[in-house]
Ligand binder design. Sequence first.
Ligand code: NDP
Length: 493
Amino acid sequence: MGSEAEAAVRRYRMYINGEFVESERGSHYPVSDPSTEESIAEVPSGDEKDVDRAVAAAKAAFDSGPWPETTAQERGRILFRLAERVRKESVMLSELESRNSGKPIVEAEYDMADVATCFEYYGGLSTKVLGHVNPVPDNALSLSLREPVGVAGQIIPWNYPLLMAAWKLAPAIAAGCTCVLKPAEQTPLTALEFAHFLTDAGLPPGVVNIVTGFGESAGAPIASHPDVNKVAFTGSASVGKAIVKMAADTVKRVTLELGGKSPNIFFADADFESAIDGALFGVFINQGEVCSAGSRILVEKPIYPKFLEAMAAKARTIRVGPPLERQTKMGPLVSKEQFDRVRSYQELGKKEAKLATGGGCPARITRGYYVEPTIFYDVENSARIAQEEIFGPVAALIPFSNEAEAVRIANATPYGLAAAVWSRDIFKAFRVVKALRAGIVWVNHMQPTFVEAPWGGYKQSGFGRELGPSGIEEYLETKQVHINLNEKPIGWY
Ligand code: NDP
C-alpha cells in the first residue's frame, strides 16, 4: 500500500448460495482499469472447489426449497424488481462498467438500460411459456409440458459484462432454472455488484451463484461438471469448441455465441452520408470489441474511392480518450493482452493491405491500452485481417463489382454471426438478405440489438439463440405426457 491508487483497490468476494464468500483456497487476483493500467479491485480466484460449492447450491435450490414452488408470476415479479434496481443503480453500475472495461461512459449507460429491459422482457415472458396438446390418433390426451432444464452454467466475456450476464440470467430465471455464472476474469465487478440485488428482489439462496476466476480453473469445471445440465457460452470460437468437448461426456445442452467476421455491404445506390456513419458505427462502436462488428466493409466499385476517403476522414475525428469523459467515442481496449493482439493485427495489416488511417496508438496518450481507429483498404478477402476475428477497431475495406460478387465475398468466412446490406433498391437488398449465411442481417443499419429479437449465429459463429422467445426456449425441456382415456384393457395378451 502507499499510493492513492493502491488505497482505492477494493476487495470483492464471490457469491454462492446467497452469501458473499472467499474462494476455498483464499487466493485473489487483481482487476485493472485499462485506461490507467492500475488495479482497482481484487477478486477471488475460484477453482473447481468453488465451482463444486456453487453447483451444489444451484442443484439444491433447483431440487427443493422455495424455488421449485415459485410460480411463473412470482419469477416474473422478481425479474421486474431486478430491472427496477438496475435502473435505480444505473449511475454506479455504468461508471464501474466503464472503468473496468474501458467502454465510453455513454455506451455503458445504454448497456445498463438494456440490462434492465432484458430483465423486464423475460419478467413478462415467464408467464407466457406455453405447452401443447398433441393430436395423437389414440383415445388419449397427449400433452407437451415445458419444464426448466435444471442447473445452467453460464460463461461470459468481457466486452459487455453486465449485459452478457443479463442475457444469460434473465431467461434462465424466467424458465425456473438455477445458475452458476462465471464472468470474464477481466470484468467481474458489475456482476458482483448486481449480486447484492438478488436477495432483495426475492430470489432464494442458490438460484444465482457467481464464481469469479480464470477460464481454465473456474470456467472448465463448470463446462464439465456432472450436475450442470446446460452450458451457455459467449466468447471465442476456440474456447467454444473446447466447451462442446467438455460438455459432451455428460451430454449437456450447449448454446454457443462465438463472434464473427461480419460483412457490412454498401451498394453504390445507398444513401452516402448514412453509409459512412453506418460503416464507422458498425466497426468502431465499443472500440470494435463487438462479436457482430462489421469489420469487413464491402463497397461497390463506383463509390469505393469516395467512400474510402470519406470514411477515413471521419475516422480521424473519432475522439479516443478516457472512458469516463462524456465526449469520448472510443476508450482503451480491455487489457494488455487484447492491446497486444490488436496491435499485432495492425502491423499485419500493413503487410497484407494498404493503410488509410490509424495503424498504431494515439500519439498524445501515454498510458492505457488505447489504439487508433484503423482502416485498411484494397484488402483481399483471403487476407488474415479479413478472415480472423480481431475484436478491436480495425476495418478491412474490400471492393466488389456486382451483387453476386458481394454475396460470394460476404459468405466466404467460417463465421456467420451478422451482416448488413445498404441499398435503396429493396429488391436487391432482399435478394442479398436471403443469400447471406448469417444469423442476424440488418438493412440500411448495423448493430441495433433488441431483446425482443433472436440473436445467434450460423456456421462457426455458434448455435442456439439468445434473446426473444428463443432465448427462454434454450432453458426449457419438453416433457411428453400421454393420458389414456380408454378404460378397456389394452388387450394385447
Ligand atoms: P475467451 O473465449 O477466452 O473467454 C470467454 C469466456 O470463456 C471467459 O469467461 C473466459 O474466462 C472463459 N474461458 C476461457 N477459457 C476457458 C476454458 N478452457 N473453459 C471454460 N471457460 C473458459 O475470450 P477472450 O476473453 O480470451 O478473448 C479472446 C478472443 O475471443 C477475442 O479477441 C475475440 O476474438 C473473442 N471474443 C469473442 C466474444 C464474443 O462476444 N463473441 C467475446 C469475447 C471474446 P477468462 O477470460 O476469465 O479466463
